[in-house]
Design a protein around this ligand. Structure first.
Ligand SMILES: Nc1nc2c(ncn2[C@@H]2O[C@H](COP(=O)(O)OP(=O)(O)OP(=O)(O)O)[C@@H](O)[C@H]2O)c(=O)[nH]1
Length: 290
């Protein structure tokens, strides 16, 4: 398996080639986990658990420690169900997040991903604050080969564009309607309330299958705060972590899922249309600790 930028592989290399587990091993492991953005609490928790296991199995072999680390990560990553619930017809997916985290890009990639599984998709441009945002979504829709519902005039109420998108899906028998929303800071109460309105209006036509919060994988504790605020205002059902490519922050994925209890459902690893994958705990753990 090719090593990912967010893998711990590089940071752990020296550690697991030393002949025996000693105090230096634990110091180096702590540095590697903190550097990869697991955060202090999770890092301590992992170190305590691994020290106990190493003692229990009376091993001094770094290869055993490596396997135990991979297993500890996988067990935690698998504590939440990453399955996307898209069986309603139409399945409505609302995509939310702060500015610039990669919402629109994610929607383009997600539309392509779904059509690859034979699903029909329409995307709705309910980001009506910026004309450029609508054009950007339309460009991604074209690349993905799916239809787009645009606002009928500048500044149209985002809830009404969302409604029209779901109506379009119903009228045209389309499987999945994905709705792009404007980026908003989680601290702006008015904008967060607007998401509640978008949700209520959509639900006049169809239940929302998934509300996906897009998080930039390099934002650390602030990403956790974003997840908590959006969870309260918008009832987030899943997280999408983007920009993991070129970041050394793979630990963020576990940290944000563990601290918020919201499952990670998709992972973005690049700006290309194919750079989105489902989240498979086993595969992710094996990539983190190769
Ligand atoms: N490297 C990398 N870049 C990404 C990824 N996802 C998105 N981007 C880049 O992040 C930037 C912002 O992406 P957008 O999709 O416009 O973000 P947005 O959340 O829709 O932005 P607003 O509409 O302003 O809120 C763009 O330059 C994207 O190419 C990713 O997984 N990896």
């Amino acid at each position: 398996m090719a090593e990912r930028g967010w893998s711990l592989g590089g940071a752990l290399r020296g550690l697991f080639t030393s002949p025996t587990i000693d105090e230096g091993t634990w110091d180096d492991l702590e540095t590697a986990l903190l550097g990869a953005d697991f955060g202090p609490d999770l890092t301590d928790e992992l170190l305590d658990e691994l020290r106990a296991k190493v003692a229990q199995f009376k091993t001094t072999d770094p290869a055993d420690l490596k396997r135990m680390l991979r297993e500890a990560l996988e067990e935690r990553l698998a504590a939440h169900d990453p399955t996307l619930t898209l069986s309603n017809r139409p399945a409505v997916v609302l995509v939310v997040g702060v500015n610039g985290v990669g919402k629109t890009t994610t929607i383009g990639k997600f539309a392509k991903f779904l059509t690859g599984y034979g699903r029909t998709v329409v995307v709705g441009a309910a980001d009506t604050f910026r004309a450029a945002a609508v054009d950007q979504l339309a460009t991604w829709a074209e690349r993905a080969g799916v239809q787009v519902v645009r606002p009928q005039h500048a500044g149209q109420d985002p809830a009404s564009v969302a409604y029209q998108t779901v109506q379009f899906a119903i009228d045209n028998n389309i499987d999945i309607a994905i709705i792009d929303t404007a980026g908003r800071l989680q601290t702006k109460a008015g904008l967060m309330d607007e998401l509640g309105k978008v949700t209520r209006v959509i639900e006049k036509l169809a239940p929302i299958a998934e509300t996906l919060l897009v998080l930039d994988g390099t934002t650390g504790q602030n990403g956790v705060a974003q997840a908590e605020a959006f969870f309260e205002s918008a009832g987030v059902t899943g997280l999408v972590v983007t920009k993991l490519d070129g970041s050394a922050k793979g630990g963020f994925v576990l940290r944000v899922q563990q601290q918020t209890g919201i499952p990670i459902k998709l992972i973005g690893q690049g700006e290309g249309i194919g750079d989105l994958t489902g989240f498979t705990p086993h595969v992710f753990a094996a990539s983190l600790v190769p």
